[in-house]
Design a protein around this ligand. Structure first.
Ligand SMILES: *Cc1c(COP(=O)(O)O)cnc(C)c1O
Length: 402
């Protein structure tokens, strides 16, 4: 594994996490077993005491899972990683591990929905208090800090406005009082953004998205910087139990091999789609980190190497226009989630956020014509043609009502 350290990122994607499995397989075999036999009573005892290397039980450690964990740790340039059953399993394990009653969290307002709910309605039951702020706005994190703030939690870029938080600035604020910066790096992946370089203490991913990249697995991962943090996180994960299974680990590991080339195409396509949309008369505005019109464009240049695959835009014509586009696209799939090879389109007002009602949506900043695109790796001409046809179906009269 150590010779990989000198490789370029794309080479690491292909080679990371592979060790010797006896027969010389090029990819890690799937050790689909719940438990491992001990050679003797003494061997079992030594394993439990941690005096010898080996495997005991798959919730604790499994070779297929370990291979994938090592690969992600290498790609994030971290110490070790912990595979989880989902992104949310990773996030809840982190909170349970790092926080105790009486602690305070400063969290991005525009964070993944269930993360917000986890802090607001579950962690609060255990005496952990949270403040939600616009972490992309200078000075907002600092204002929200309290003497008992133990964690600053950010997602960048974040839904729904693709807001960008300055990681270096956030880590400085955290470290000034011994708090930790936890970063959800799902939207960029380590191919485009490596938060440890900017002072992050813990990184997590929903591997359901770009890391696996093929929309066929739900999984998550935690990446840490040192052994002490690793051991305490591992203990929590082992006891809370939200571990990934060997088969899903195998699939994610396979997905990782093409991460670099996939991200390159996601970015190339997204840039062209974003520019196309920005010049379209039926589109009010576009948010994409690769557009100079993005309010945090400069911060983005500092911390990511390319702008990613996620675009938000607002249609002239509001709710109705959104419905028309959803019902007119053919190539783009109407679906939540993101980061797969296929282009996905979503209209929060008529889909994920419909039940909230128009008033609550307005309060949450979810506008009626907001559309979110996860741009896939198809030929960009086909994606743009599909959007062109769908946008043409919006009645011109709707534009006036915008
Ligand atoms: C999807 C997602 C999650 C949650 O991950 P699951 O794998 O669905 O549990 C967390 N953060 C971000 C940014 C996501 O997009």
């Amino acid at each position: 594994m150590s010779h990989n350290k000198n490789l370029q990122f794309d080479s690491k994607c292909v080679h990371s996490g592979i060790s010797d499995y006896g027969f010389g397989p090029v990819v890690p075999p799937i050790y689909q077993t719940s438990t491992f036999k001990f050679e003797s009573a003494e061997h079992g005892a030594a394993l439990f005491k941690g005096e010898t290397e080996g495997y005991i039980y798959t919730r604790m450690k499994n070779p297929t899972v370990e291979a994938m964990e090592n690969a992600v740790a290498e790609l994030e340039v971290g110490h070790k990683a912990l595979g989880c059953a989902s992104g949310m399993a990773a996030i809840s394990t982190i909170f349970i591990s790092l926080l105790k009653s009486g602690d305070h969290v400063v969290c991005s307002k525009s964070v993944y929905g269930p993360t917000l709910t986890l802090l607001q309605s579950i962690m609060s039951k255990f005496g952990v208090e949270s403040t939600f702020v616009d972490t992309d706005i200078d000075g907002e994190i600092e204002k929200a800090m309290k003497p008992n703030t133990k964690v600053i939690y950010v997602e960048t870029p974040a839904n729904p406005m693709i807001t960008i938080t300055d990681l270096e600035a956030a880590s400085k604020i955290a470290h000034k009082q011994g708090a930790l910066l936890v970063v959800d790096n799902t939207f960029m992946s380590p191919a485009l953004q490596q938060p440890f370089k900017f002072g992050a203490d813990v990184i997590l991913h929903s591997m359901t998205k770009f890391l696996n990249g093929h929309a066929d697995v739900v999984a998550g991962i935690i990446v840490v910087k040192d052994e002490e943090m690793y051991l305490s996180m591992r203990k929590t994960l082992n006891q809370v139990g939200g571990v990934i299974d060997p088969f899903n680990s195998f699939l994610v590991h396979r997905g990782l091999k093409t991460l670099s080339v996939r991200m390159q195409r996601h970015c190339e396509n997204s840039q062209l789609v974003a520019e196309y949309l920005e010049n379209h008369p039926k589109v009010k505005w576009v948010r994409y980190p690769g557009l100079k019109s993005h309010p945090n464009y400069q911060v983005g240049l500092k911390q990511h190497s390319a702008p990613g695959g996620m675009i938000s835009f607002e249609l002239n014509g509001g709710f109705k226009a959104g419905e028309v586009v959803m019902n007119s696209v053919k190539l783009c799939a109407l679906a939540v989630s993101l980061g797969g090879v296929e282009t996905l389109i979503q209209h929060p007002a008529s889909m994920t956020h419909l039940s909230m009602g128009a008033e609550a949506r307005k309060d949450a900043g979810i506008t009626e014509g907001l559309v979110r695109l996860s741009v896939g790796i198809e030929n960009v001409k086909d994606i743009i043609d599909d959007l062109e046809n769908a946008l043409a179906k919006i009645p011109v009269t709707e534009k006036a009502k915008a």
